[in-house]
Design a protein around this ligand. Structure first.
Ligand code: A4P
Ligand code: MG
Length: 196
């Protein structure tokens, strides 16, 4: 079944999944936009078909305070994939494999990291079990998730709260999130795309 079109979004709304990327440390000479683009390439190599990609957005580490003081700013993005044959656990396994490729170390909570990959929404599923919570339990309070998500799907509805990405973002206080650049990626049909 074809689920996506070049440079566009998954055709089947019920299939749409959103993955958040976040990074604030370099890895093997890669940093910033180049690191996010490499991470998106690695997702494809791990079998996660990419249908659409947001811009890269910069923001200070969240939450503000002692736990994150002195950390570099983050770059974040959101990508859209289609559930296809994957279930949420299988998608998470692939995300963890990509994090490992980028040298992810798990230290303190909120610690700086080379790459964090979170499932924001898996086709509207609600899951609450050890190791997997869907939708992502903090997505709705984070401008660094909602701003890039709004580029792809402003009318996306939070599966538990029922509110759109646009409405959730509008309600947040200023978190210092700013758009940095478009990201290059190879989409589901092998075309090179970039949103602007
Ligand atoms: N896990 C459960 N649900 C999910 C899900 N929906 N997606 C489990 C992905 N993973 C999920 O994650 C711990 C475990 O959560 C995973 O092994 C998986 O089984 P982790 O990435 O090791 O832990 P963490 O990231 O340190 O903690 P947490 O609570 O996931 O952190 P967050 O919420 O991801 O926040 N500030 C800015 N500006 N930008 C950021 O990207 N990111 C964080 C991390 C903090 N501050 C930030 C940013
Ligand atoms: Mg995470």
């Amino acid at each position: 079944m074809q689920t996506a079109k070049r440079g566009g979004v998954a055709k089947e709304a019920a299939q749409r999944c959103y993955v958040g990327l976040g990074a604030n440390l370099p890895h093997q000479g890669l940093a910033g936009v180049a690191l996010l683009e490499a991470a998106i390439g690695a997702l494809v190599e791990e079998g996660v078909a990419i249908c659409a990609v947001s811009s890269a957005w910069r923001s200070p580490p969240w939450p503000p305070g002692a736990e994150t003081e002195g950390q570099p700013d983050y770059l974040n993005a959101v990508v859209e994939t289609a559930a296809g044959a994957l279930d949420p656990a299988a998608l998470l396994d692939r995300l963890l494999a990509v994090e490992r490729r980028f040298g992810r170390e798990r230290r303190a909570r909120w610690a700086a990291r080379t790459l964090d990959l979170d499932i924001i929404d898996f086709a509207g599923a609600t899951v609450s079990r050890p190791g997997l919570t869907l939708p992502h339990p903090r997505a709705h309070e984070r401008a660094f998730v909602l701003a890039p998500l709004c580029e792809l799907a402003p009318d996306w509805r939070h599966p538990r709260l029922g509110e759109t990405a646009r409405a959730l973002l509008a309600r947040l206080p200023d978190q210092g999130v700013e758009r940095v650049a478009a990201l290059r990626f190879r989409d589901c049909e092998g075309g090179a795309s970039r949103i602007s």
